[in-house]
Write a new protein. Sequence first.
Length: 327
Amino acid sequence: MTTVGTHREQIPVHVLGGPTALFEYGGLRFLTDPTFDAPGEYQGGMLTKTAPAAPVELGRIDVVLLSHDEHPDNLDNSGRALLDTVPLTLTTPGGGQRLGNSARGLADWESIELDRPDGGTITVTGVPAIHGPGTRAEVEAVLGQVVGFVLSGTDLPTVYVSGDNASLEVVREIADRCGPPDTAILFAGAPRFPILFDGAAIVFDSARAARAAEILGARRVVPVHYDGWAHFTEGRAELMAAFAAAGLADRLDLRAGNIAEGPTLEPKRSGDAAPEKDRSDTAVRKPSRSDTAARDLGRSDGAAQDPGRSDTAAQGKGRVGGVGTRS
Ligand SMILES: [Zn+2]
């Protein structure tokens, strides 16, 4: 793990709305949970999107970090279309199997090395996440697997992407194993449904996000997943209040959501949200899981799957070459 305290430079992060953020790291461009669909009702009316994504040119995306594929507020229709155009999507072991194509599952603590355009590598490690209160087995039986990510590399700051996680225990484990991140992209918003876990938050509320920042020793926290959906019960104001109450207001970076103040994006493609399918290998996509839309947020398959099991787990550290050089 990179020595803490030597990296003052912060990576550019652009929060695009909901769980979707774009950041540049080691010369590669990463996108978290892609969601670009229009406001409206989704999943049989159970989920209501209230705001569109920020209108930006995405430019080249090298890697999608997908915390889970089953929920439309984490992967929507346009997000699925986008996956066809990126060289690599890292997600849960189950998601890797469902999505196929360029998707690859990461089991807990499994790492993959990505080649940087200018030489060297980026290590992306899958880290645990629990999408609700209770034990991992209890929560995964209802809401499925989620994966978080820790990115590191020589002379690079460490970045943690939490995914939909409600567990501080998990955060403690990640802090112990991976050390303090320079930037923590924390999923917050306190989403609640009366029918799920008695209405408890299934992702961090603001106070827990602040507590997570403290446990992690994160130098900067960029919150995502707190706006744009009706089931998010806490937003920007609650985050500011919670971090202030915890004495961590200086760690909270809400300006990352202001595109105008961020570094210039690199537009390389018009029509960013639903790019044309121009690669022959995209024709064999599996259908989306819309057949489960009428059900509640529960999962439709894979419930019996061993948490953390992955066909790739036995391979240990994988390596993907050429990701950074594709244009
Ligand atoms: Zn979810």
